[in-house]
Design a protein around this ligand. Structure first.
Ligand code: HEM
Length: 359
């Protein structure tokens, strides 16, 4: 049995995962987690652009260290064996004459968007699932539909079909959507190109900046009902049978008020990646492990969310949680593998296509 600090453990696992899947980390020495964490922690201060070496010292030098590591990575041409995403970005950057330093800066931004929201959202998603024994039992039953036990080269292996979430795990998918509704609080920011009148009432003047914080509509009782502040893992499941007009209207308003990945031209391009990564991660931990409070008080207890920081889209926990984690007896020595070759129903993949799961 291992004692762990949950949020810290998730951060280091998913940061390593993001590095190895995108940049083929095992071949390169790219950003140290500590430098990256320093940058992320004090990002708000560096954004002020006032004496950064004084007021945002950690973030400033953290970013410089990450930049330097990325420069070495690109100078050595290691991007040629990276994922298609990273390769494509490097080709475009070089085509438009960006220097190694510029590419490295762009890549910090990429790394930032790929990791910063995924880590806290995985933390909350896992915490919601394992903190409720009844929900955990139901989720395990769903996950059992997408795992197969087999012997591969003499090794006892559990293979998870990660293309099966939408069809076989509707409750898990709905719980993910609900997690994002409660802890996501990003702002889509847009510039008004020309004077535009909305609803014959509101004039948006050209040149002004509009911010659309998702947290406002995500938490509105008018949209979600009296239990808007409560985690309801079934909220995003489509009910069976024909819905009456009022229920359909309510769904419509909820669809319009739900945008954890932004929208329009800048809709998060990483949302499918995030969905698959977070679902696989949480499904494996919920199904294959027992997680409880380290102080022996039983099921995991959720901490309060911390205040939102400028530049981040998902709230972190106010305090970290000490947990005990052990493999479930029946999966004591198995190796976990993931089947990725099936056909994914991209249309119904997470968010934006709200309520796509059959109950
Ligand atoms: C749970 C995880 C994630 C959340 C909640 C999230 C959320 C968002 C939001 C709200 C935006 C701004 C959209 C807008 O302005 O309307 C965005 C943009 C972006 N995200 Fe994500 N994201 C996540 C994961 C990822 C991942 C894993 C990647 C990459 C692998 C990624 C890459 C990007 C990029 C490149 C943009 C900028 C798009 C643009 O400006 O056109 N995101 N994300």
């Amino acid at each position: 049995m291992d004692q762990k600090i949950l949020s810290r453990t998730i951060r280091s696992s998913l940061t390593t995962c993001g590095k190895s899947s995108n940049y083929r980390f095992h071949r390169v020495n790219i950003p140290s987690d500590y430098s990256y964490r320093d940058f992320e922690t004090d990002l708000t201060w560096i954004m002020l652009q006032v004496l950064p070496t004084v007021i945002a010292r950690k973030a400033y030098y953290g970013r410089a260290a990450v930049n330097e590591a990325f420069q070495k990575y690109y100078a050595a041409g290691l991007d040629k064996s990276a994922s298609g995403l990273i390769k494509g970005r490097a080709v475009a950057a070089r085509k438009y004459g960006l220097t190694e330093h510029d590419i490295a800066d762009f890549e910090i931004a990429m790394f930032y968007v790929a990791v910063t929201n995924t880590v806290p959202s995985s933390f909350w998603f896992l915490s919601y699932v394992v903190s409720s024994p009844s929900l955990l039992t139901e989720i395990r039953a769903e996950v059992s539909e997408i795992v197969t036990r087999k012997t591969v080269n003499g090794v006892d292996t559990m293979e998870m079909d990660i293309t099966g979430f939408q069809k076989k795990c509707p409750l898990l998918c709905s719980a993910w959507e609900e997690t994002l509704r409660l802890i996501d609080s990003s702002s889509s920011v847009r510039m008004v190109i020309k004077d535009t009148m909305f609803d014959d009432k509101y004039l948006f003047k050209a040149g002004s900046v509009v911010q659309m914080p998702s947290g406002v509509s995500h938490n509105s009782p008018e949209i979600w009902g009296e239990d808007a502040a409560t985690f309801n893992p079934r909220r995003f499941m489509r009910s069976e049978g024909k819905q009456d007009l009022a229920a359909r209207e309510r769904r419509k308003v909820q669809t319009q008020g739900y945008f954890p990945f932004g929208g329009g031209k800048h809709l998060c391009p990483g949302r499918h990646f995030a969905f698959t990564e977070v679902m696989s991660f949480v499904a494996t931990l919920a199904y294959g492990f027992e997680i409880s409070m380290a102080d022996g008080s039983g099921s995991l207890k959720l901490p309060k969310p911390a205040k939102q920081k400028m530049g981040t889209g998902t709230r972190k926990p106010e305090t970290d949680v000490k947990i005990l984690m052990k493999r479930r007896e029946e999966f004591k020595d198995v190796k976990w593998t993931y089947f990725v070759g099936g056909k994914v129903d991209v249309k119904s993949l997470s968010t934006g296509e709200h309520g796509a799961y059959e109950e």
